[in-house]
Design a protein around this ligand. Structure first.
Ligand SMILES: [Zn+2]
Length: 343
């Protein structure tokens, strides 16, 4: 997401590593075993009643007091009491994890718009708007399936943002402001009791012909095996869904933080992880406490992909893909319990 207006904050944002991955030939990074075949979507739908019965029977005390179907705004009540002091354990005061709670993170927001693109008909598209639209559609689908969804934001705002977080001039955030924003998202995920975290982004690259879908997880975390499984499901379902709506998205594959090739977070130069998914930095960063993935849906820098992702039916297809991936992930026994014990 290398666009000039964002240069000051880019180093801290999850979409920044495309430069290196794009240079790597796809066949060197692509593990065909990770990717699905036709028919799995139908299988997931068939399994849905069984999944829900299992989830309800195994969890009688969802920690989120919000009823399923009711949107709990980011920051409430978790943010109402403020985040824990820096360096304090993330599990301090956190509710027990429930498979009935999922945390969705629409990337960017407010003065921090992420990357930007122009559609084939010349419409300017901001990453923050697309990620929110997809997240809200996903939340609706998950709630219809009986899952409680907590979002890091539900509007074009960054909950908890302070004047000190904003870059001079009001556009974008300072590097420290970016870190604080990401930390607030992590804190809310932990406070929600969610069994998994899905962060939604769109990619960007200087070559407008670059395109496709990719998913990241952090292999250094104690629940990496679960994150990897979720990442593979998300990647498979999103690519299949895009193909099903006649957008031939390239399957770029699933990657770990080791493949980010990032220069490090601006204010944490030695940190080679995505803040939403990565490990603790004592005194500076409290980590997320559950399996998680970051999906880069498509490239906004590619006009054809910007045009595709702008279409409501494509956004809905992506939301359906996320929902299927999450439900299939939750259906496997043990996929969520480890996040309760390995924070
Ligand atoms: Zn992004």
């Amino acid at each position: 997401m290398a666009i000039l207006p964002h240069a000051g904050t880019l180093k801290a944002l999850p979409c920044r590593r495309l430069t290196e991955t794009e240079r790597t030939p796809m066949h060197l990074r692509h593990d065909s075993r990770e990717h699905g075949t036709r028919g799995r979507r139908r299988r997931a739908l068939v399994l849905l009643p069984l999944i829900l019965a299992l989830l309800v029977s195994t969890c009688r005390a969802a920690p989120d007091a919000s009823p399923a179907g009711e949107e709990r705004a980011a920051g409430a009540p978790a943010a109402a009491t403020g985040p824990p002091a820096p360096g304090s354990p993330s599990r301090s005061g956190a509710p027990a994890v429930s498979p009935l709670v999922v945390f969705l993170d629409p990337g960017h927001g407010g003065p921090e718009f992420g990357t930007a693109g122009v559609t084939l008909d010349g419409t300017l598209l901001l990453e923050k708007d697309v990620t929110l639209a997809i997240a809200l559609r996903t939340a609706a689908r998950l709630r219809a399936a009986g899952i409680t969804v907590v979002l890091s934001r539900t509007s074009d705002e960054l909950p908890g943002l302070t004047a000190a977080d904003r870059a001079p001039g009001g556009q974008g955030l300072t590097p420290e402001g970016v870190l604080r924003d990401l930390q607030r998202r992590v804190d809310r995920a932990n406070a929600s009791g969610a069994s998994l975290l899905l962060s939604i982004h769109l990619n960007s690259f200087v070559d407008p012909s670059a395109g496709g879908t990719e998913t990241y997880y952090d292999a250094s975390r104690p629940f990496a095996a679960s994150s990897r499984r979720l990442a593979r499901l998300v990647q498979r379902e999103v690519v299949e869904a895009l193909h099903a709506v006649d957008y031939p998205a390239q399957d770029r594959g699933v990657f770990t933080e080791a493949e980010l090739h990032t220069p490090g977070l601006g204010v944490l130069p030695a940190y080679r992880h995505l803040v939403l998914l990565g490990p603790e930095v004592p005194g500076r960063l409290r980590p997320s406490g559950m399996p998680g993935v970051l999906n880069e849906v498509l490239f906004l820098s590619n006009p054809a992909e910007a045009s595709a992702v702008q279409r409501p039916e494509v956004q809905d297809a992506i939301a359906g893909a996320y929902t299927r991936a999450i439900l299939e992930y939750l259906a496997q026994p043990g996929s969520w319990t480890e996040s309760r014990t390995q924070r």
